[in-house]
Design a protein around this ligand. Structure first.
Ligand SMILES: Nc1nc2c(c(=O)[nH]1)N[C@H]1C(S)=C(S)[C@@H](COP(=O)(O)OP(=O)(O)OC[C@H]3O[C@@H](n4cnc5c(=O)[nH]c(N)nc54)[C@H](O)[C@@H]3O)O[C@H]1N2
Ligand SMILES: Nc1nc2c(c(=O)[nH]1)N[C@H]1C(S)=C(S)[C@@H](COP(=O)(O)OP(=O)(O)OC[C@H]3O[C@@H](n4cnc5c(=O)[nH]c(N)nc54)[C@H](O)[C@@H]3O)O[C@H]1N2
Ligand code: SF4
Ligand SMILES: [Mo]
Length: 874
């Protein structure tokens, strides 16, 4: 059944890598990087590499559902249209809302935006990009006059200095990180990482500044003031291209001398001066930033502090020099281009009367929205207060990902009518839906996405949509037609929508809007089908002109806000973010056994000193509490955490865990300019939870199992051939017996030592294994998981390890080639391997997707340190 490779685009991060997907079976494909795609030139990270493991039908929503009952499309669409129509008729257009996503295709997004803003007549459509990029958007608007990302990936190949601020690039934009590393290897470019945590991105950096959270403005302003003193302001560029408000330099200088700045940022003055020297020495600087900057209560000011620095020193619009907002989702940028945020109208236009009139003319729309709509946090507040009475959620999981998600759940529960379009049947948000609509998933979709560097690429279908799943654009246009606007939404294919979107971008556009696709307004269907990845603007601002009324960019006087002191009841600061091998709420990456191996549980990372103070040990279960809510996590010691700060991942939901739900914890407070929540710093406390036993359970067939074992702590991940549950609890553990399938049991218990080991054998093969201990250690999981696939039962099953003295490989580091930590450390020591490349040559680790290369660098350093110690001791 193998066909020709389909050229498509990875559906995860905003790097936007080209993928070659070759169908190999009914729901199976092989994946390779597209060597001709300019974003990745053939490379893929771990998530892209293992896309093939996520295209099965497990968990898919295959039919429209009204409540728990399957319904035909006609009935479901009629119901959605009728309820929206009735709500609007009774309570006005602002009583309904759409909450959409940077994971929609541009075509889907365009249709949803047009329906809400042009025809329903409200701007109550906001997107999860509000939680992601909106501070960057607001910063761009303030500085440049238009939301234009000012760098391209080509700049990575030409820069001499990379500054990564608030970005765990090695994990979250791995191919950008690999391009940075390539530039360093080739040209000796320098790398500075600014992040309160020591992440794997810092592993190999020339300098890591572990600044106090929220002190980025002080740092950047301090550097800009230093540049002024050192004569590094580009006066020619300033005179020709910038507008500087009165008093600007006074505000910038407020932080004082470098020693005061170092104190504010809580970093060593020598490290700060080294940063300033590196900046001074390398005019070709690219500063990449993401959520450590955007997701803050002063996110927009932080963005402008970075842009100010680049503008005033003339480091913009030139090869290898620019500030670079790297986008999170695959189509965060496409959403901005269609105007999918409640604060923008369409095609980089806002709500000025001439813009409203122009968009109305173009759409022949009856009721174009004349003012911005509610931003995500306000939107859910309005739902909770009963002001919004009908909501349609598309391609996002707000019951998990919104701040104060408990309150969001309450709002969803009281909303009279909730529609959820998703690819999966059971999501935390879907549980609140009156109507669930089955959307076509990545491998089935057809349309375009725009990546961080403004490059539009095609996503092309590889498989047919299963069951009754339909593309998001089709679902929206069918509802629009049923609301009475059939002719304005008469699209037959994505190309129809793309052409209209392109024509709107160029409509009455004399060059004042940089976003324009004039040549695509009449693109034919075959040309759209064959479209090569293309950037809509090659080098922004190369001519020193900006899309403001006077053509000048603006320096924005931003001052460091006072930094919060620890509170008595909430003495810690909770920082939240991502794991390398999971994507958001795990609805898709959670299906991949390989990806689950990197981190199988949600951890709370804590500095060992804080842990000691709180009486916590590695592996304990602890409760993270904030004024908004609390959740349980496994404790992990991390020297990379600053004292007083803890970190939890955003990925776990009610589906995979009884704890680990980070979304319940952050405050619903937002940046005043962008409305973006401050996800990165929530006052919190941490307390130990009494646990009397720990266990794990491996099940061959867990698919039919709903929920999780009813114990204090339970998390679940997909593994090859089954499911792995990590468990902990107090009292007896009899509840777990109900989770063991029928079959022949072999059991070994030692009540004195508090251990219990049970294996269930069905038809000569391992069907389940339960290992529990009250005081001791549990064996590694990998070998036991592999026994699910073994044709016969190993005699040493209950020992949890193979017969004979096969060495334990340790936790898997290289998921592509299945290579463990101990194997790598042994190879380094025995074969005297000196760098990551040598490890690859010797044992293959890190030579496929490369995502584990920062981890390999750390193991190298650790082995080196151990050897030095042995040397010194000997
Ligand atoms: N593996 C993986 N990759 C992804 C995603 C995923 O879910 N998984 N999601 C994608 C999406 S949508 C996004 S938005 C991106 C996000 O990509 P990133 O922004 O790189 O990821 P985060 O882990 O959210 O946060 C980045 C870093 O900001 C730091 N930080 C916190 N507070 C501060 C501060 O005050 N100052 C500074 N300078 N830094 C601070 C955190 O410690 C953290 O290491 O990733 C994309 N890529
Ligand atoms: N505490 C904290 N919270 C955060 C963040 C943080 O750093 N800290 N980061 C925030 C950021 S930057 C982001 S981007 C958000 C992400 O948060 P979400 O957008 O809520 O996360 P996803 O899991 O990506 O949700 C996408 C949903 O759409 C479904 N889906 C996938 N493809 C399609 C499709 O083609 N069509 C349809 N209709 N559905 C589809 C998936 O199954 C899934 O249910 O989380 C935000 N929340
Ligand atoms: S870096 Fe990884 S997740 Fe991001 S687009 Fe490329 S392959 Fe996909
Ligand atoms: Mo994001």
């Amino acid at each position: 059944m193998s066909g020709a490779p389909v050229r498509t685009t990875c559906p995860y991060c905003g790097v936007g890598c080209g993928v070659l997907a070759t169908r190999t079976g009914d729901r199976a494909m092989t994946i390779a990087g597209d060597p001709d795609h300019p974003a990745n030139r053939g490379r893929l990270c771990s998530k892209g590499t293992h896309l093939g493991e996520t295209v099965g039908l497990a968990g898919r929503l295959l039919h429209p559902m009204i409540g728990d009952r399957r319904a035909g499309w006609d009935k479901a669409l009629d119901l959605v249209a009728r309820r929206f129509r009735e709500t609007i008729a009774r309570h006005g257009p602002d009583s309904v809302a759409f909450y959409v996503s940077g994971q929609l295709l541009t075509e889907d997004y365009y249709v949803a935006n047009k329906l809400m803003k042009g025809f329903i007549g409200s701007a109550n459509i906001d997107t999860n990009s509000r939680l992601c990029m909106s501070s960057a958007v607001a910063g761009h608007l303030r500085a440049f006059g238009e939301d234009v990302v000012s760098a391209s990936y080509d700049d990575l190949d030409e820069a001499d200095l990379f500054i990564l601020v608030g970005s765990n690039t090695a994990w979250c934009h791995p191919i950008v990180y690999q391009r940075i590393q390539a530039a360093r290897e080739k040209r000796g470019a320098k790398l500075v990482v600014i992040d309160p945590r020591r992440t794997e991105t810092c592993e190999d950096a020339d300098l890591h500044l572990p600044i106090r959270p929220g002190s980025d403005v002080a740092l950047m302003n301090g550097l800009l003031a230093h540049c002024r003193r050192a004569g590094l302001i580009d006066q020619v560029f300033v005179d020709a291209s910038l507008s500087i408000p009165e008093g600007f330099w006074d505000v910038i200088g407020q932080g004082g001398d470098p020693w005061s700045v170092a104190r504010t940022c809580d970093v060593a003055p020598e490290a700060l001066l080294r940063f300033y020297e590196l900046f001074a020495a390398h005019p070709r600087t690219v500063t990449l930033f993401s959520q450590g900057i955007n997701q803050a209560l002063r996110g927009t000011d932080q963005v402008n502090a970075i842009i100010n620095l680049h503008l005033a020193t003339g480091r913009i619009g030139k090869p290898g020099a620019a500030p670079f907002s790297i986008t999170g989702q695959p189509n965060a940028m496409g959403g901005r281009e269609v105007g999918g945020l409640a604060s923008t109208l369409a095609a980089h236009m806002g709500f000025a009367p001439d813009e409203v009139a122009r968009v109305g003319r173009f759409w022949s729309a009856p009721a174009v929205a004349t003012k911005p709509g509610l931003k995500a946090v306000d939107m859910f507040r309005a739902i909770g207060e009963g002001r919004i009475k009908a909501l349609w959620v598309m391609a996002t999981n707000p019951a998990v990902s919104m701040p104060d998600a408990g309150r969001v759940r309450d709002a969803l529960a009281t909303c009279p009518f909730v529609v959820v379009s998703d690819v999966m049947a059971d999501t935390d948000t879907g549980r609140f839906a009156h109507v669930r609509l089955p959307a076509a998933a990545w491998a089935e979709k057809d349309g375009t996405v725009t990546n961080s560097e403004r490059r539009i690429s095609r996503q092309r279908p590889v498989l047919a949509a299963p069951g009754e799943a339909k593309p998001d654009w089709w679902i929206v246009k069918e509802v629009a037609a049923r609301m009475g606007w059939a002719s304005a939404f008469g699209y037959d294919r994505p190309a129809d929508i793309y052409r209209e979107h392109a024509r709107l971008s160029a409509y009455e556009n004399d060059g004042t809007r940089l976003f324009a696709l004039p040549r695509h307004g009449a693109i034919g269907n075959p040309a759209y089908e064959a479209m090569e990845p293309m950037r809509w603007l090659d080098r922004p601002f190369a001519d020193g002109r900006f899309p403001t009324p006077d053509g000048r960019a603006r320096l924005v006087p931003v001052a460091q806000a006072p930094l919060p002191e620890p509170l008595r009841d909430w003495p810690l600061t909770l920082n939240t973010g991502r794991y390398r091998d999971q994507w958001h709420t795990m609805t898709r990456t959670g299906l991949s056994p390989k990806l689950a191996r990197h981190r199988a549980e949600p951890l709370v990372e804590i500095n060992p000193d804080d842990a000691a103070r709180l009486g916590l040990r590695d592996g304990d279960i602890a409760r993270v509490a904030t004024p908004q809510g609390d959740s349980l996590f496994r404790v992990a010691m991390s020297e990379g955490q600053r004292r007083g700060e803890i970190f939890t991942p955003i990925h776990w939901t009610d589906r995979q865990s009884t704890g680990g739900r980070t979304g319940l914890l952050p405050r619903p407070l937002t940046d005043p300019h962008s409305g973006q929540p401050g996800f990165k710093s929530t006052p919190a406390r941490l307390e130990k939870v009494a646990v009397e036993w720990r266990a794990f359970l491996i099940l061959r067939e867990a698919a039919g199992r709903a929920g999780l074992p009813p114990v204090l702590w339970a998390t679940q991940v997909t593994v090859a051939g089954g499911t792995l549950y990590e468990l902990a609890g107090a009292g007896d553990a009899v509840a777990l017996d109900g989770w063991l399938p029928a079959g022949a049991r072999i059991e070994a218990s030692d009540p004195a030592r508090g251990t219990r080991r049970v294996a269930v054998i069905v038809e000569d093969r391992l069907a389940a294994a339960l290992f529990l201990t009250r005081t001791g250690e549990l064996p590694g999981r990998d070998w036991l998981i592999a026994q699910l696939d073994a044709p016969q039962v190993a005699p040493t099953l209950l020992a949890g390890r193979p017969p004979g003295a096969m060495p334990d490989r340790g936790p898997v580091v290289c998921v592509c080639f299945d290579i463990g930590l101990r194997t790598i450390a042994a190879a380094i020591a025995e074969q005297r391997l000196a760098d990551v490349g040598a490890i690859g040559k010797a044992i293959g680790a890190g030579t496929n997707c490369g995502s584990c290369r920062p981890a390999l660098a750390r193991i190298l350093a650790d082995v080196g340190r151990t050897e030095e110690t042995i040397h010194a001791a000997g």
